[in-house]
Design a protein around this ligand. Structure first.
Ligand code: NI
Length: 205
């Protein structure tokens, strides 16, 4: 089990963000890693095709989070915050060491829609009635809206604002009464330090 902590190093020049990966099992961290020069984060939003509620089930949202973890492992970006809503997703992430945020999103969206289709076929062949309020699209229909919205942020205040916005989103849309009751977001990490469904990379700006 790994945990990220983050802090500042100031050496007379501009403040750098330092990421430290600490092994919880051993008192002396092995393989300690520092990541410098993370100057900004991206707040991205993307929607299901025509804002259909393709992510309106526990199963669909959990699948999304699982694929998000896989894509992060592949590209190595920092996932600072997220929320999966029934018809859209917000992510707060760093740029990957190689490639771009745009590429990451392309792969993420493709993998999710492919997995959703596989599940759909599987459930059809198993004669299971899935309670999709809107069933995922067949291969000829789109799962995602093509574009995504990308907002660059540099300041601690902006990061805080976007995290609060994401964590409040399920409450604002009356899905739950409290953010803690919506497990498909980074709320539990920031509120209690819980790992939740996916590990969150704490990043100071
Ligand atoms: Ni939203």
């Amino acid at each position: 089990m790994l945990e990220f902590t983050a802090g500042y190093i100031s050496e007379g020049g501009p403040t750098l963000v330092v990421f430290t990966r600490v092994g919880l099992a051993s008192p002396m961290p092995k393989g300690l890693k520092r990541h410098y020069g993370q100057k900004h984060l991206h707040f991205v939003t993307f929607c299901c095709y025509q804002r259909r509620r393709y992510l309106d089930t526990v199963r669909a949202r959990s699948l999304f989070v699982k694929v998000l973890a896989e894509v992060r492992a592949k590209y190595g970006f920092f996932l600072v915050g997220y929320v999966v809503m029934p018809d859209h997703v917000h992510l707060l992430l760093s740029e990957p060491p190689k490639g771009t945020v745009s590429k990451v999103l392309q792969v993420l969206k493709q993998r999710v829609s492919r997995k959703m289709r596989e599940n759909r076929r599987q459930s059809a062949s198993n004669q299971l009635r899935l309670k999709f309020s809107e069933s995922p699209p067949s291969s000829t229909r789109r799962f995602w809206q093509r574009r995504f919205f990308d907002f660059n942020l540099w300041s601690h205040a902006k990061k805080k604002e976007k995290l609060n916005y994401m964590h409040a989103n399920p409450v604002k849309e009356r899905l739950v009464q409290h953010s803690k009751d919506w497990p498909w977001s980074s709320f539990s990490f920031y509120a209690h330090g819980d790992k939740g469904l996916i590990g969150i990379d704490a990043v100071d700006l």
